[in-house]
Structure formats: structure tokens, C-alpha cells
Design a protein around this ligand. Structure first.
Ligand code: AN7
Length: 360
């Protein structure tokens, strides 16, 4: 019988604050693959590692899970327009879901600091895009202020409906494995995602599906690491533009996630991020945007330092697709651009270049 995944609201209807009279705006998000990564397990010297590949969502990032819930609630409340501040992925997602829901979208992005893949999505989905002279934190302050005083509905993760949708990733991991991992790592930016996983695993615990919460690890870019510094960072800098955030909105929720799960925050340099970005593509077959390699990079750093706790199973969320920000894949470790060789269309000469010997 034909079956198609119906998106996270319908798949987890009984665990989300929705009723039959609510509008459901969906693009079929969720149901993303949980991919075993033995090469990473070997690198970390643990029993198993699975990658939750959130780049497989309809707009190419984990944001779609929370966007279906936030935009559905906006639609149900009669909103005509939604607004979001974004380092790129939220704007792509908000723009697409607004179109699906028949609404206008307004997105505020830091000028010159979002990848062109993400910008192209917001343009394609006819968002009203404004490049703000400032960073993400300025964009979010503006978006909040506008939504408080004008008829635009805020769909950033400070909107609790976002976390409701995003928590479904934790449910999916339990449903796929039949258990919760011992440790779960992810990149940490505005802190919506780690807060949502905490919510999801907590509900699994309270429902008796799992007996222990996975240790939640949130990893930041070293130049943009307020959770390591212990206070907001005024001028965040990193090549991982998705997580170039100095003043995370879900500060308290992230602290609670760490405390409640015996978790940890960490930071890795841009070089460490790019190293893991390459490792995931070359050894695991999973192409992610650089920011998305941050969680795995933090684990590898801990393993090298001997601070990775003795655990058997690990899940790493890789949050966005490699095609979002593909320039980094076209550079080698020294930063030189990689240009595939041009050849004449002659088999023998191509074989010679490839170093192949003719079959006997
Ligand atoms: C690929 O799009 O904040 O800690 O405005 O795009 O929940 O913020 C994106 C964040 C990780 C961090 N990985 O997650 C935005 C935005 C990717 C991201 C994060 C983001 P949070």
C-alpha cells in the first residue's frame, strides 16, 4: 500500500499542541535518515555513531521541523505575514512555509554574512529580504520589536511553537534505534535545537519510553562561543555563518538542557570545523554545511583530549545540507581552490591520466 511520510505534525499529532481545527502547513518535513557512521565511531573509539541527517528536510535544514508548527499556528491565528531574523536557514525555511501557507514572509539577515545558497532560497520563495547592517543578534532584536508593534508574526525559535516541532527529532531517533543514545551532540547557535531535543527526550523519559536522558552536548565555534565565555559575545566571528551568534535567545533553556542531562558545552576552531566537514564528506558519505560539522568536531576534540566520557552509543545531529554553502568543499586544506582537470575526450589519454592499465 502506498505510504508517504506526512510531516511531523501529522506523524506526531498526539504529542504536539495541535487540534483538528488547526491549519496544518507542511512540506513533508521530518522522517530524516539516521545514518550509521562507523568511520566516525572508529575515530572517536566508541561503539556506534549515527548521524541524524537534517539536511534531508525539504529546505535542507532542521529548521523545517519547527517551521511547520510555527507557521501552522500563525496561519490558524489569521496572520497574513511572518517575520524571522536569520543567519540563513531560518529565512529559507520561513520563506518556503509562508508560500505554502499563503502568507507573506519578511526576513532580516546580517548584511553580507549569509551563504548564497540560503539567500537564493529566500529569494526563490519571494521573501521580502532585508540585509541589516549588523549581526544576527541585531536582526533578532529588530524582528522581536517589529512583531510586538506591527502585524507580523514572529517565527524565530523564541516562539515556543518552534521548539514543539523541533522536539520531534528526538522522537524519531528513539523510534529508529529503539533506544536513546548515551550522548547526543549538535552545533549550538541560538540554542533552539538543543532546547528542543531536551524537551523531546524529557517527554520520552516521562512517558517511560526511555530510562535515562542522553547527555546533550552543544558545540560552538570558538570565535562565537558565548556559552564557553559565560556571557554574550559582542562581535562573533566564524566561517560557520549559521552559528555566528553572540547572544543566544534560549540561554536559560540550553543551560537547563546541559544541567538536566549531565551534558556539556564545547568550542572548536574554524580549522577543526573544516577538518570535520571534510571527514564527514570523505569518510562517511554525508555532505553537510560547515556549521553542521561542529558537533562532530567537538566530539573529536574531546576524544583527543581524553575528555569524552566512556559511552557506547552516540548520535550527532548534522543540521544542514552541504549544498547550502558549497564553496568550502571546493577548497583544499590549505584553502586553495580545487579545479578538476580538463581532458580531451579520448579514452586512452583519460585512462593514462587516471593511471589505469588496460584490461588483459
Ligand atoms: C545549519 O537560521 O539561527 O542553536 O537563523 O543553521 O538552534 O540556533 C541557524 C542556526 C546549527 C544552530 N546548524 O542551531 C538561523 C539560525 C545550522 C544552523 C544552527 C543553525 P540553534
Amino acid at each position: 500500500m502506498a505510504h508517504q511520510w506526512r510531516g511531523v505534525i501529522r506523524e506526531y499529532f498526539d504529542r504536539l499542541p495541535f487540534s483538528e481545527s488547526d491549519a496544518i502547513v507542511t512540506l513533508g518535513e521530518g522522517g530524516t535518515p539516521l545514518i550509521e557512521a562507523p568511520a566516525l565511531a572508529k575515530l572517536l573509539d566508541v561503539g556506534s555513531v549515527h548521524l541524524k541527517f537534517e539536511g534531508m528536510n525539504p529546505t535542507g535544514s532542521f529548521k523545517d521541523r519547527g517551521m511547520t508548527t510555527a507557521v501552522s499556528k500563525a496561519k490558524s491565528s489569521g496572520a497574513k505575514a511572518v517575520i524571522a531574523a536569520s543567519t540563513g536557514n531560518t529565512s529559507a525555511s520561513a520563506a518556503a512555509y509562508a508560500v505554502k501557507g499563503g502568507m507573506q514572509s519578511v526576513v532580516l539577515v546580517p548584511a553580507g554574512k549569509i551563504s548564497w545558497g540560503k539567500l537564493s532560497q529566500a529569494v526563490a520563495h519571494k521573501a521580502q529580504i532585508l540585509q541589516v547592517k549588523g549581526n544576527f543578534d541585531d536582526c533578532l532584536r529588530l524582528a522581536r520589536e517589529l512583531s510586538e508593534n506591527y502585524p507580523v508574526f514572529l517565527v524565530n525559535s523564541v516562539n515556543p511553537d518552534r521548539l514543539q516541532g523541533q522536539k520531534t527529532a528526538a522522537f524519531e531517533i528513539f523510534d529508529a534505534l529503539g533506544y536513546a543514545p548515551d550522548l547526543h551532540a549538535m552545533p549550538l547557535g541560538n540554542a533552539g535545537n538543543i532546547s528542543a531535543y531536551h524537551l523531546g527526550y524529557r517527554e520520552d523519559l516521562d512517558a517511560g519510553r526511555i530510562s535515562v536522558l542522553p547527555k546533550l552536548w552543544g558545540i560552538q565555534a570558538a570565535g562565537s562561543a558565548p556559552f564557553i565565555q559565560g556571557s554574550p559575545v559582542k562581535k562573533p566571528e566564524t566561517i560557520a555563518t549559521a552559528i555566528r551568534i553572540g547572544n543566544p535567545a534560549s540561554w536559560d533553556l540550553a543551560q537547563a538542557a546541559k544541567a538536566d542531562t549531565d551534558g556539556s558545552f564545547g568550542a572548536v576552531t574554524d580549522k577543526e570545523i573544516l577538518w570535520m566537514h571534510r571527514f564527514l564528506s570523505q569518510e562517511c558519505g554525508v555532505f553537510v554545511e560547515p556549521s553542521s560539522a561542529t558537533g562532530a568536531a567537538g566530539l573529536y576534540k574531546a576524544a583527543k583530549l581524553g575528555t569524552l566520557p566512556k559511552v557506547n552509543s552516540i548520535v550527532v545531529t548534522v543540521t544542514g545540507h552541504g549544498l547550502k554553502d558549497p564553496d568550502w568543499a571546493l577548497k583544499d586544506e590549505a584553502g586553495r581552490s580545487i579545479k578538476p582537470k580538463k581532458v580531451a575526450a579520448v579514452a586512452d589519454s583519460v585512462a593514462g591520466i587516471l593511471g589505469l592499465e588496460r584490461n588483459k
